[in-house]
Write a protein that binds this ligand. Structure first.
Ligand SMILES: [Zn+2]
Length: 569
């Protein structure tokens, strides 16, 4: 299979991970990992946390190796704050594990974490991402980490000493400096489990384990003593409750984040786990974790590239009902899974990029369609070819595609002009190419549905096209001879040019014919001015504005009869 090490960044990481896995645990399934916190809607920016290991794991599988992509659901983390739009009464649950917090009102899910995991799981399935989900609530409450917890408690002085080096380094490393982050980036960092958390220091000493209170379920507890022999741990809670439990049988509590993460690297045998910029600064959990896994747990740190922030351009306010941050599910409503996969595959993890919710999505789709054509005619460059292959499918097979991938730009215009009416949409799509007419809307799905969703949710009402009901009599009346002639030339050619390509030729040729030039004359600056003026006139007469969707699409959409009427024939 594809074994070249020089094709793209994914191949290079796959080479490195396979070599490292052979060194660490020859013959065993290779483990790549991601961590997600379902503390709220999982931001589209956090998809990179999943896509980076997914692409590497997929390449490893394509080469015939067994590879597991773990997604750790950090659902045993504390509920930190009540997000905007949620009943403020949820504040009483702050400090409880996310799986002990009730789901938002009206949710069919059992708890807060499940409510926010579900749409992410659906989005990952749509994107063809194969993973093994591990609930940290299940792991901790079943006692799966018993030995590791007891071990960490025994080794608490060594852990404390390691953490201490970084605690004192902190100010010098500039950790206190406030970097400017926008709202979306802040939300992404918030969701990545990197939020500052206490590392286990307490008045009675250092304890890397924090119990959830048996009375109020919150983690507002303080460990007051621990006995290594009996494993008896005493704690008090701000609610007034206190008790002594035996850690050898107690299952309500967790290791603090900076110890929990390296513990799991060793426990799962993780060879590849990337992390966001927020994890990779000096004194960050990735760096500290590296020392803890080596010096305390006797394990290896994963190969962990730092990935840059993924931004969003132009998420319309109207779709921000879920707290202002788009999720992967939101993106999949306006673009097909292969396109979204391609955005991640073609950029190295350390390159930031934006996912377009604005007009830019049309250009992005044009670029994608151009790549698909290059791949088909064999002219794509190796790196582009690789990114394309990673976008359209996985080791398990191809992802669903649109049988007739009409340009997204055209589909958006058609939906815009037809206001979503399916009969009208089909009529227009059929006319695009009379030589090979589209027979059913299904041939253009799912791309058609994505474009339709984009127009209705992301294009502001004032930018939508409204075709005039009645001719603009005043404007028609005011036209000079040359303008009238241009309209007549267009109308005369309408019937024999009723397709997307032929109408394109027609609208550009009218100003040429008027200038006494042949229809295939090369454009001159004067000609371009004349064409612009002619197009503006058509827009004003058809939609009452100076601009609009591309004219050939608009003419097809409006229909020959109505075009005649509006142009005063
Ligand atoms: Zn309590």
């Amino acid at each position: 299979m594809a074994g070249s090490s020089e094709t793209d960044w994914v191949s290079r990481f796959a080479d490195e991970v396979i070599a490292e896995a052979e060194r660490r645990a020859p013959g065993k399934a290779i483990v790549c990992a991601s961590g997600l916190s379902p503390s709220g809607p999982i931001h589209l920016g956090n998809l990179r946390e999943v896509m980076t290991p997914h692409l590497v794991a997929d390449e490893i599988r394509r080469r015939g190796y067994e590879c597991v992509h773990i997604i750790s659901w950090d659902d045993y983390d504390r509920f930190r704050k009540v997000p905007a739009g949620i009943d403020p009464a949820w504040a009483e649950h702050i400090g409880k594990p996310l799986t002990s917090v009730p789901a938002p009102q009206g949710s069919p899910y059992a708890n807060w974490a499940e409510h926010f995991k579900a749409p992410m799981i659906a989005a990952l399935a749509e994107m063809g991402i194969e993973f093994h989900g591990i609930s940290q609530t299940e792991q901790y409450t079943s006692g799966a980490y018993r030995e590791q917890i007891l071990f960490a408690m025994r080794e608490r002085e060594r852990i404390d000493a390691i953490l201490a080096q970084y605690r004192t380094k902190k100010p010098a490393a500039g950790q206190g400096g406030q970097r400017q982050v926008d709202e979306a980036e802040a939300a992404a960092i918030e969701g990545s489990g990197a939020a500052t958390e206490d590392d286990g220091s307490a008045a009675a000493g250092y304890f890397p384990y924090k119990p959830y209170c048996s009375a109020c379920e919150r983690d507002l507890t303080t460990v007051t003593s621990y006995d290594d022999e009996t494993t008896e741990l005493a704690y008090t809670c701000v609610c007034g409750f206190s008790e002594v439990v035996r850690l050898s049988e107690h299952n309500r509590g967790k290791l603090v984040w900076k110890v929990d993460w390296p513990m799991r690297w060793k426990y799962e045998g993780v060879v590849f786990e990337p992390s966001g910029v927020d994890h990779s600064s000096p004194g960050s959990s990735f760096v500290v974790g590296g020392q803890i896994v080596r010096d305390v747990f006797g394990g290896d740190q994963p190969i962990g590239p730092m990935y840059a922030f993924v931004g969003i351009s132009g998420m319309a306010k109207m779709s921000s009902s879920k707290g202002g941050v788009p999720t992967p599910a939101d993106a999949l409503e306006i673009m097909e899974a292969p396109l979204l996969r391609w955005l991640y595959a073609r950029r190295k993890p350390n390159q930031s990029f934006k996912i377009a919710f604005d007009q830019e999505i049309q250009r992005l789709y044009d670029e994608w369609d151009a790549l698909v054509r290059k791949v088909a005619d064999g002219t794509a460059l190796p790196a582009d070819l690789a990114a394309h292959a990673r976008a359209i499918g996985t080791a398990a097979g191809p992802l669903p595609t649109t049988p007739r991938p009409v340009s997204y730009r055209t589909l958006a215009s058609v939906v815009d002009v037809s206001a979503g009416d399916s009969e009208q949409t089909l009529r227009i799509l059929r006319d695009l190419d009379p030589a090979d007419p589209i027979a059913s809307l299904d041939e253009t799905r799912p791309r058609l549905d994505r474009a339709a969703h984009w127009v209705t949710t992301q294009v502001p009402v004032e930018q939508r096209t409204r075709v005039r009901d009645e001719p603009d009599a005043e404007l028609l009346e005011s036209l000079g001879d040359a303008e009238r002639e241009s309209l007549r030339l267009l109308l005369d050619g309408l019937d024999e040019h009723w397709s997307l390509d032929a109408l394109t030729t027609l609208v550009y040729s009218v100003p040429k014919l008027q200038a006494g030039l042949p229809a295939d004359a090369k454009p001159t600056p004067e000609l371009k001015v004349a064409q612009r003026e002619f197009f503006a006139l058509l827009y004003r007469l058809l939609v009452g504005r100076d601009t609009g969707p591309r004219l050939p699409t608009l003419l097809l959409a409006v229909g020959a009869g109505r075009v005649r009427k509006l142009l005063g024939a």
